[in-house]
Design a protein around this ligand. Sequence first.
Ligand SMILES: Cc1ncc(COP(=O)(O)O)c(C=O)c1O
Length: 377
Amino acid sequence: MIPVNEPLLGERETEYIAECLQTGWISSAGRFIEEFEQKWAEYCGMQYGIAVCNGTTALQVAVGCLDLQPGDEVIMPSFTIISCALPVVERGAIPVLVDCDPLTWCMDVSQIEAKITARTRAIMPVHIYGHPVDMDPVLDLAKRYNLVVIEDAAEVHGAEYLRHANGAAPVWQRCGGMGHISTFSFYANKLITTGEGGMLLTSDPVYAEKARSLRNLCFRPERRFYHTELGYNYRMTNMQAALGLAQLERFDQILAKKRWMGAAYTERLKDISCLQLPVEKEWARQVYWMYGLVLAENTGMDAVSFAKKLEARGVQTRPFFLGMHEQPVFWERGLFKDEHYPVAERMARQGLYLPSGLALTEAQLEQVCEVVKGVLS
Ligand SMILES: Cc1ncc(COP(=O)(O)O)c(C=O)c1O
């Protein structure tokens, strides 16, 4: 079976982990944490990095920085993982959904303004499967309506967006470097992985301090074990940071491998008319976190039946997200009843992604494409 993801770890990781073990720095103190935070923030063009234990907790801390009140609203795509909606709902606030763009699969930014109300506090653009959200309209709206932007960059390490700010010359900016706060996951299938892990980035010292405090149980610096706020233990360990730092040192190679993989799949699958492949808009440099496919209905198959046939021939896949408005757990809370987002619904029905891990070899990629062609012929 060709796995949907297999990480590729190197000697540097072994060396840094050995250092943790030999020196005894195995908890959330140690040199690798600060170095990883600082270097990742710098790479993305932000000032502060706050490492946490996964991407979901990064979003919980990011939303925690906003002091949301019950009934406040956060605009986000329906087509995303539950980690985005969860921290909003937890605080009694309301995720307000928009559909996704049929080509980039990211939030349809033309639908945002109509969803802004007096209760809107934030917009949460989520870059999907390696492709950036069209950020100019998001950032312009946020400025105009005084909203906070929490950029979920879990799936786009190293992706770039051509930003046109206020009539200035366009500049390429890294994803995770454009919002007021951005969040990352370093789960084992991400471009940089710490096994489990995550990070928030911000250039705002107030958010940075608040995030550090929320990550560490809101201990007060002047008096330990005395609390005026509720926080969490979401700390990352030095060993996790060691893995992240080792990969950051060779991140150019990681990016090159992903872009090679994207181009190689596209080259081999582009003539299959019943498949929609990932795009790269002229304003985007995408990183192919996962190589997605959307299958035409005229094949008589949905993604579930397509996946079964691929698996029977030795190719593992994963289905696309099921939109937030199709989640029973939210219906039970009175959210999203009778809401429809037709593009997200179609993506959920017809979309899946192919093996896309960093350890994928050219021979495996060839075989995946042969199997896909075989099933569709
Ligand atoms: C867009 C997005 N946000 C958040 C997360 C949550 O990250 P984690 O699995 O590290 O909690 C993921 C996970 O893949 C994700 O894809």
